[in-house]
Structure formats: structure tokens, C-alpha cells
Write a protein that binds this ligand. Structure first.
Ligand code: CAA
Length: 259
């Protein structure tokens, strides 16, 4: 398996566990992290043996404390604009197969934004979410203003982006930012367990379910419902649909082929 400098990758059966591994910088996200994650997520999407991915942070202190401030500090507008800085993260958000962010400790700035790129977040009770960029005289730049507003609504998103305050795990769960909160020492086990449950599902239906839920954030309702229905119809062309419904009728577990 390829060795990376900033991330650790482990395959646990059908689940890929990816750990951000720059603990000396609280897993701050620099260009090297993005380059390596792009490769890891690309491999995951094209490896038929892998059916769910968990992204977490090394150490208890941080999932990721943001984009790397030291890397950005010397940049000017022309550098950022010509490089379309952060556009590369769209390669992570275009991952077709399901993935989960498992967050313990700080998920700040780009860290919160990457967690929100996941299909859902499982948080440790130690998690702290925030968009503190305003304190650096900038703003979220990796989708945070948009995804946070979608996830928790305008009032809280605006308050967080304007004050830079952090939200703890309990408030994040109550606000709909995270799917569930678990004790910190059980975070990875719980996230992998959830990923295994997803990995056991028929893979084409999983991709379709992901696509249609995401469509809810991009399309008007009538178009989203039509999109859902067409994907639903399309699944009736798969062998797994025949198998899934036969397995139900015959009272046995389904055996998925992914086609
Ligand atoms: N970038 C680069 N290095 C970072 C970093 C970041 N985002 N966050 C932490 N580090 C580094 C620190 O510089 C420090 O390194 P040194 O020991 O070499 O000085 C190391 O990680 C440990 O950090 P602290 O000593 O600051 O740890 P702490 O416990 O005192 O504080 C913290 C923790 C509150 C998270 C604090 O580190 C912090 O405020 N970090 C920055 C958070 C932030 O502003 N994030 C947004 C970044 S901008 C962004 O993300 C833009 C975007 O939209 C994508």
C-alpha cells in the first residue's frame, strides 16, 4: 500500500480508515494533505472492495484545526486567485461512495469544513466546531458558510461565522450538524461500526441514496423529487434489486454484486 506523509490509511475489511496525521500542527490542512487525501479518496472510489470510508484525526486534541495558516500567511490575492486556492477540495466532495467524518477535539475553519464535506459526522463528546476565520481577517473558504447554513440554519451559522465562537458536541447534535455523539474513547470504533453497516448495504443503492440526499441541497423540490424517482426507477435495472427483493421474500440475507 502507498505510504503517505500526512495521512495514515488502513483497510479494515470493506472500510477504509483514513487518519489525518500532522499532530504537531493539530492536523492543519496544507497542500500536501490535500494532495494525499485526493489520491486516497480517488483510490477508495475506484476500489470495488471498499464500500465506506471513515476520516478522522490523529490524537485526541484535534480532527483538524483549520487550513494551514502558516502556508497561507504570505499569499496575496493574485496567488490565491490564480491558483483557485481550495478548489482542489472539490475532488474530495465529488467522491461518489459514502464516507463519514469522525471528529474528536477541534474541527475549526477548514477542519469544520472538511467534516461537513462528509456524508455525515459522528462526533466525540470532546468535539468543538467553529469557523474562526474572521479572527484572521478572512472568512470560510472551503464551503463553510454554505454548508454550515444548510446544516444548522442561518441564525447559528451567521453567529458562528461572525463571532468565531465554537460549538460543543451537544449543541452540534442538537443543531443537526452531527448525526450522533459518542464517548471520545469509542469514536473510531463507533464510526467504523457505522461504516461497516453501510458497507454491508448494496453498493449501487448506497451511491444512489447519497446522490439523491445531496440533490436536496442543490435542486428545487420538484426537480429533486423527480431526480429521486428516476434513480429509484434505475435501480430496478440492477441484479441487486432482484436479489434484494428475492432475499426479503425468501427470508434470507441478500448477497450483493454491486451491479
Ligand atoms: N494552521 C497552522 N498551524 C496550526 C493551526 C493552523 N490552522 N492550528 C494550530 N496550529 C499549530 C500551532 O501553530 C502550534 O504550532 P507551534 O507549536 O509550532 O507553534 C500547534 O499547532 C499547536 O497549536 P497551539 O499551540 O495554538 O495549541 P493550543 O492548544 O494553544 O490552541 C487552537 C489550539 C485553539 C486550536 C489554536 O491552535 C488555534 O486557534 N488554531 C487556529 C484555528 C483557526 O484559526 N483555524 C482556521 C484557519 S483558516 C481556515 O481554515 C480558512 C478556511 O476557510 C479553510
Amino acid at each position: 500500500m502507498t505510504e503517505y506523509r500526512t495521512v495514515l490509511v488502513e483497510k479494515r475489511g470493506a472500510v477504509t480508515l483514513v487518519t489525518l496525521n500532522r499532530p504537531e500542527a493539530l492536523n492543519a490542512l496544507n497542500s500536501e494533505v490535500l494532495k494525499e487525501l485526493t489520491e486516497v479518496f480517488g483510490d477508495y472510489d475506484s476500489d470495488a472492495s471498499q464500500r465506506c470510508l471513515v476520516l478522522t484525526g490523529s490524537g485526541e486534541k484535534a480532527f483538524a484545526a483549520g487550513a494551514d495558516i502558516k502556508e497561507m500567511q504570505p499569499q496575496g490575492f493574485a496567488d490565491m486567485y490564480s491558483a483557485d486556492f481550495f478548489a482542489g477540495w472539490e475532488r474530495i466532495t465529488s467522491t461518489r461512495k459514502p464516507w463519514i467524518a469522525a471528529v474528536a477535539g477541534y474541527a475549526l475553519g477548514g477542519g469544520c469544513e472538511v467534516a461537513m464535506m462528509a456524508d455525515f459526522i459522528i462526533a466525540a463528546d470532546t468535539a468543538k466546531f467553529g469557523q474562526p476565520e474572521i479572527k484572521l481577517a478572512v472568512t470560510p473558504g472551503m464551503g463553510g458558510s454554505q454548508r454550515l447554513a444548510h446544516a444548522i440554519g442561518k441564525a447559528k451559522a451567521m453567529e458562528m461565522c461572525l463571532t468565531g465562537r465554537m460549538m460543543d458536541a451537544a449543541e452540534a447534535e442538537q443543531s443537526g450538524l452531527v448525526a450522533k455523539v459518542v464517548p471520545a474513547n469509542e469514536l473510531v470504533t463507533e464510526a467504523v461500526k457505522t461504516a461497516e453497516a453501510i458497507a454491508a448495504m448494496p453498493p449501487l443503492a448506497a451511491i444512489a441514496a447519497k446522490e439523491m440526499v445531496n440533490a436536496a441541497f442543490e435542486l428545487p423540490l420538484a426537480q429533486g423529487i423527480r431526480f429521486e424517482r428516476r434513480l429509484f426507477h434505475g435501480l430496478f435495472g440492477t441484479e441487486d434489486q432482484k436479489e434484494g427483493m428475492a432475499a426479503f421474500v425468501e427470508k434470507r440475507p441478500g448477497n450483493w454484486k454491486g451491479r
